[in-house]
Design a binder for this molecule. Sequence first.
Ligand code: ATP
Ligand code: MG
Ligand code: MG
Length: 589
Amino acid sequence: PSAPVDPFQQGWLKGVYDEKPVKDVHTRFPPEPNGYLHIGHAKAITVNFGFARSRGGVCNLRFDDTNPTKEEERYFTAIKDMVYWLGFEPYKITYSSDEFDKLYELAEELVRRGKAYVCHCTADEVKKGRGKLPNGEHGSRVACAHWSRSVEQNLADFRAMKDGQYRPGEAVLRMKQSKDKLKAYANNPALWDCAAYRVTKNSHHHRTGDKWRIYPTYEFTHCICDALEGITHSLCTVEFETLRPAYNWLLEALDMKIEGSDEKGPMQREYGRLNVEGTILSKRKIATLVDGTTVANDATMSWDDPRLFTLVALRRRGVPPGALKKFVLDLGVTKANANTATHTLDANIRTYLERTVPRLMLVLDPVKVVLTNLPDNHLEERDVPFDPKDKEKGTHKVPFTKTIYIDRDDFREEDDPDFFRLAPGKSVGLLNAEHPIRCISFSKDSTSGKVTEVLAEYGADVQPGKARIHWVADSPAHKSPIMAEARIFNPLFKSAKPNELDWKNGGYHENLNPESLVVYPNAMIESGFGYVKHNAPWPKEEGEAMGVVDKSSVRFQGLRTAFFALDKDSTEENVILNRIVSLKEDTGK
Ligand code: ATP
Ligand code: MG
Ligand code: MG
C-alpha cells in the first residue's frame, strides 16, 4: 500500500515549497488581536502551522498588535486558545509591538537612505497624487511638494511626529516607492508611496502604554517582523497579492532581502480565503448582535453562541477541531477563494462524527411507557457497544426495566398505516432491547391535552414492529435516566445570504429566525453517558491529546436523534447539551 498522502505537500502548497525548498521552514500565523477568530481563520491556522509541521519546520503565533485603538486583552487569550485547540503549538508567541523600538530605528534608517519622507498632504491630495481620476481610473502619478525634501528635514520632521508635535492626519511617514522602481509599480497605485508611520488618535497601547504617539502600518511592519523572526514562507490571503512588490521593496531597501530573489529574507505567497455563506463572519456584523440592544428577544447572544461561526462558538457547539481541519483541507488550498455554505460544513462535521464518537440513547421529549406485563422489579442488562462497527471502543451496560421513556415523536394517539412507530394496538421494536412492545392504551392530561403515559406489553409474544425506536430506562440503581437540557440550533437567519441584508439600518432584525434556538428542558440520557463523560474525548483529537480538553470534548451520537456535546455551562447536577449537527440534513430535530 502506498504511503498516505500528506495534504500539506500537494498542489499549491507543494508549489510554494518547491519555490523555496529550505531545510528549516518557518512560518507564522499573524492575527490582529482585535476580535475573535472565525472559521476563515481556521484555514489560515491550518495552512501556516500544517505546512511548517509537514516540512519539519516551525510556526510562530504573532500578535500583529500595531493598532492601539482596537486591541483588547481578552482577544489575545482567545486567539491563543484556538491555536492550541486546533492541535498546533506555536514555536514562539511574538508581538509586533515588541519590535516598536527596532521598527522605529529602521524607519529612521529608511529616511537616512533617502527612501522615506514625511508628507503633510491631506487624504484627498494623496489620492490625487496617486493619479486617481474623477472617473475612478488611474492616471499618472504626481510627486507632492514634500517628496523632494532633504534627508535632514525629513529626519527632523519624523522625530517631531514621534514627539507629538503633529495631530493625526497632519503628518505621515511615506515610503518612496514610486520613483524608486517606476516600471514595476506603474500599474499598482497601492504602491505609490504607501504610509509607514502615522500619528494615531487614541494612542494608548495596552502593551507599550503611552510611550508612542506614532504607530507603524501593516505595510511597514509585516515584512520587517517576518524578516526579524526568520520567517521563510510568509503565507497570507490573496488580497495581499497586490502588496507583494511593496513587501519586497521595503526589505530590499533595508538590505533585509536580496534584491529580486527569495533566497535571503521571507517569501510572500497568497492563498484563497475561506468564506462560509448562510451566516455572518464579519466582526462588525456579529457585534451588532452580540453588543447591540436591537436583538431584544435574544439577550443571551455572546461571541461563543453556538449559532455563530466564530471558532469559540464552533468549539462550544462541540465541533471537533479535527473536523474543521479536514474541512479546510478537503476544500483544498489553492489561490482561489473557497466559497462554501454552512450546510456543507455541517455535512462534513456529520461525516467526521459518524465514526469518532460513541452512540447513546437520548430522549428529547420523554413520554412514560409502563410495560404492564412485567413485574415491578424487572431488570435486564445488556452489553451494548459504543460503536457497533468498532468493538474496540468498548461496551456499556444498558438496563431495561418496567418503566421506560420514549420520544413524544415516536408515539401517535391515532394510528395511521404510514406510521411505523408506537400507536394504540401497534407494536414497535426497541433498539438495544430483546423484544418489541405493543401499545395497549394511553392517558392524557386534561388541561394540556398532552399524552402523559402509555401502557404497553413487552415480550417474545409481541408481534415485531416495522421500526425500532430509542428509549431510556427508569432505573435509579443505574442512575438512569440522566436528566438534561438539550439545545437545538438552527440557522440564525431566514435568508441563506445574511451578508446581503441591510445591516446599516437594522434590516437584519426581522430576518432573524425565531426558531434558531429550540430548547428541550426535560431530555433524558441513558446511564452510559456517565462513562462517556469521564473518558472523553474519544478518540482524542490532536489538540485534546495535548491537554486541551473542556466540556465540549464530551460528544456522542444520540441514536436516531442528533450529535450532541456538553455545553460549557453544564454542571454535575445540571447537564446542558448542545446539538452539534443533526443526523441528516433538515430533520428539524
Ligand atoms: P476579518 O476581517 O475577517 O475578521 P482579518 O483579516 O482582519 O479578519 P487577521 O487577524 O488580520 O484577520 O487575520 C489573521 C490571518 O488570517 C491573516 O493572515 C489573514 O489573511 C487570515 N484570514 C483572515 N480571514 C481569513 C479567511 N476568511 N480565510 C482564510 N484566511 C483568513
Ligand atoms: Mg486584519
Ligand atoms: Mg479582514
